[in-house]
Design a protein around this ligand. Structure first.
Ligand SMILES: *[C@@H]1O[C@H](CO)[C@@H](O)[C@H](O)[C@H]1NC(C)=O
Ligand SMILES: *[C@@H]1O[C@H](CO)[C@@H](O)[C@H](O)[C@H]1NC(C)=O
Ligand SMILES: *[C@@H]1O[C@H](CO)[C@@H](O)[C@H](O)[C@H]1NC(C)=O
Length: 384
């Protein structure tokens, strides 16, 4: 009797030294063998284990279901790009699929967190989006695409998912162009540029420097929009840096060939860099260094306001300060964009979109490309 107790104590002691995941794992198996005192905590561990597994499963499944968001019956994109076609499968380059992408009608829509789409890049272009977003993390000497540092994968790089496919498409579009002009992605509007918005998630200057290096093949082919010292020269692809990308890094680029533009802060465009003594005024954020001007929807000021308590005369500076954000962006030659627009419920989401289009926002941020394909024609004008 004494010996048995000693033995079981010994066993219990050994069990205690096992790692926590192991103990949780063996808990169901040993549940029935254990004495009553252990039973409660083992039941609890087993339940915790099962609940965790269910939560993970649900999370993965929800992500899977959300990949397509709105399902539209007989959607022409879904028919041609069925579930067997992946972003990196050779079948995606079949001429009928590429022809489908190039025949899309471009719309002023930005594919937000584009790498979450079922088929990144191709789905956005095939839906007519003129702008796509990739979040990048500097990892060693490569740029990996993903939302958080936990979701990174060595195969999902900025090069493989975005830079190389874009170069390949533009090579095909320009194979027979010999007169020094260029053709962009969209055959219905061949001079339309496509924006690649690169959200720097890791340290700004280092990530920016690596991006600069990786753009060289596209730069060599003259596919990148650039500032030539006096004018912005449009090309089929426009690179815009956001997130941790520093404005100083953009400004430090060669001022007579600057081909990475900044995403200026739409809520504070009126800045001390502006000079209203000039006619027309010189703005700190302008076409030489920025392309988009963006802010969160909740910071939005969509209407001009007039400060009646301010007795100062109506100066250009005052007019600019009191203008709506979209008007401020327009004065600076920038494209206004709001992110984090309400997404639920759908009627509220649609009202927000409609108001932004009525206020002549530059580009609409969208997650749901099914809705873009079904309804986007007529959603605003392209004026980039
Ligand atoms: C910049 O581009 C404009 C328009 O194409 C051109 O007129 C101008 O000469 C260019 N400037 C330089 C420095 O190349
Ligand atoms: C800046 O770009 C111009 C035009 O491409 C080029 O001629 C010049 O050498 C560049 N300057 C530097 C410092 O790289
Ligand atoms: C653009 O802004 C920079 C400062 O941010 C300024 O030096 C430059 O003169 C401006 N250029 C134009 C064309 O307004």
């Amino acid at each position: 009797m004494v010996r048995t107790d000693l033995e079981s104590n010994l066993q219990a002691g050994q069990k205690k030294r096992q790692s926590l995941p192991m103990r949780v794992w063996i808990a169901p198996a040993t549940l029935l063998k254990r004495r009553r005192g252990y039973l409660v905590s083992d039941v609890f561990k087993t339940l915790a284990c099962v609940m965790t597994a269910l939560c993970i499963f649900q999370f993965v499944w929800m992500r899977h279901l959300q990949a397509g968001w709105v399902r539209v019956p007989n959607d022409p994109f879904d028919i041609r790009f069925d579930d067997n076609v992946k972003w990196n499968s050779p079948e995606i380059w079949k001429s009928e699929r590429q022809a489908f992408i190039h025949s899309a009608m471009p719309v002023p829509i930005h594919s937000h967190n584009d790498y979450w789409r079922r088929i990144p890049l191709f789905e956005a272009l095939g839906s007519g989006c003129i702008s796509v977003e990739a979040d990048v993390h500097l990892h060693g000497s490569d740029l990996l695409v993903g939302h958080s540092s936990l979701s990174l994968n060595r195969d999902l790089t900025l090069r493989s998912m975005y830079l190389e496919p874009l170069q390949r498409m533009l090579d095909m579009q320009n194979a027979h162009v010999t007169d020094g002009t260029w053709r962009g992605i969209f055959d219905k509007s061949p001079q339309q540029t496509v924006v690649l918005l690169i959200d720097h998630k890791t340290a700004g200057p280092e990530t920016f420097a690596e991006l600069d290096v990786q753009l060289q093949p596209l730069r060599d082919r003259d596919y990148l929009t650039y500032w030539n010292g006096t004018k912005r020269v449009m090309r089929p692809l426009t690179i815009v840096a956001t997130g941790n990308a520093p404005f100083e890094s953009v400004m430090a680029m060669n001022a007579s060939h600057r081909d990475i533009f900044w995403d200026a802060p739409l809520h504070s465009l009126f800045s001390r860099y502006d000079n209203f003594d000039m006619e027309p005024p010189v703005y700190g954020y302008n076409r030489s260094n920025s392309y988009f001007a963006s802010t969160q929807f909740k910071n939005g000021r969509l209407w001009a306001w007039h400060d009646n308590s301010n007795p100062q005369p109506d100066t250009p500076s005052r007019r600019d300060r009191e203008a709506s954000q979209i008007e401020q962006a327009k004065a600076r030659g920038l494209v206004a964009r709001y992110w984090d627009t309400p997404s639920n419920p759908p009627n509220l989401r649609d009202i927000a979109w409609r108001v932004l289009v009525e206020r002549k926002v530059g580009i609409l941020n969208m997650d749901d490309l099914g809705a873009v394909r079904a309804r986007a024609s007529g959603w605003g004008q392209i004026e980039l």
